[in-house]
Design a protein around this ligand. Structure first.
Ligand SMILES: [Zn+2]
Ligand SMILES: [Zn+2]
Length: 238
């Protein structure tokens, strides 16, 4: 516990010591403070599954997973492959107090978003349970989403609520992930979403069960289309 607090303190200090000219993934110098040339190798390369954003090796339009699953959301796009380097940066932001990375991650998502031709009305983060927010000091997805809205001028809203604490999705297999989120999210302002196209922001996309669970409550409240934008796409754990 003491070690974690010390790590958080060091990471918070980095914001002051190394404000803007360091790559958010490897922490090496980068002229504009964005992804350095070396870390661009972690970008998911085209061609992408037109539904979940997974890299495709063949000539199909959708991946095997999306062929089998009836997706509730319209489309997801992720920037990075989830590997040791990108997950390290995400976990540093998410669990070790490096809140300053929200701005840099939002810029990464913004650079992806402008290539997508999505016309969204509203941006919301995947919600965290209050227990996790208290532990971390913030909702990591909300911090990115707010910074993303500063860049895009889109409307930010905390329209979703996570009403129970659940085991982390990353530690579960496919079936358990789906069950884990049943009746977990609820909507706060139904009137805000009716006939709207909504962009849901999160850190990692794996099976899409989190985005699907959010999309389900948003659609039930009358939302038109749901898009997802995440930093990394993780391989599916069977
Ligand atoms: Zn780098
Ligand atoms: Zn797919």
């Amino acid at each position: 516990m003491k070690l974690l607090k010390l790590t958080n303190l060091i990471n918070l200090g980095e914001d002051v010591l190394f404000p803007s000219c360091y790559c958010p993934v490897c922490n090496n110098e980068s002229l504009d403070g964005n992804i350095c040339n070396s870390c661009k190798q972690y970008y998911i390369k085209p061609k992408y599954c037109k539904i979940c954003g997974e890299h495709l090796e063949d000539n199909c339009d959708v991946c095997v997973e999306c062929k089998d699953v009836n997706r509730i959301f319209t489309q997801n796009s992720s920037v990075f492959n989830y590997n040791k380097q990108t997950s390290g940066a995400i976990l540093k932001f998410k669990n070790n107090g490096a809140k300053y990375l929200a701005k840099k991650f939002a810029k990464i998502l913004y650079d992806k978003y402008v290539t997508l031709n999505w016309d969204v009305d509203l941006v919301c983060p995947v919600p965290s349970h209050i227990t996790s927010i208290k532990k971390r000091g913030y909702n990591h997805a909300a911090e990115i989403a707010k910074e993303f809205c500063s860049l895009t001028g889109k409307v930010y809203s905390d329209i979703l609520l996570k009403n129970k604490q659940t085991p982390q999705q990353k530690d579960l297999g496919r079936e358990a992930r789906l069950k884990n989120l049943v009746d977990t999210f609820e909507i706060i302002d139904k009137w805000l979403v009716k006939n709207r196209t909504i962009l849901v922001i999160d850190d990692v996309f794996t099976t899409g069960s989190t985005l699907s669970a959010c999309a389900k409550v948003l659609k039930n409240a009358g939302a038109k289309n749901i898009y997802g934008l995440t930093l990394a796409k993780s391989p599916i754990k069977i």
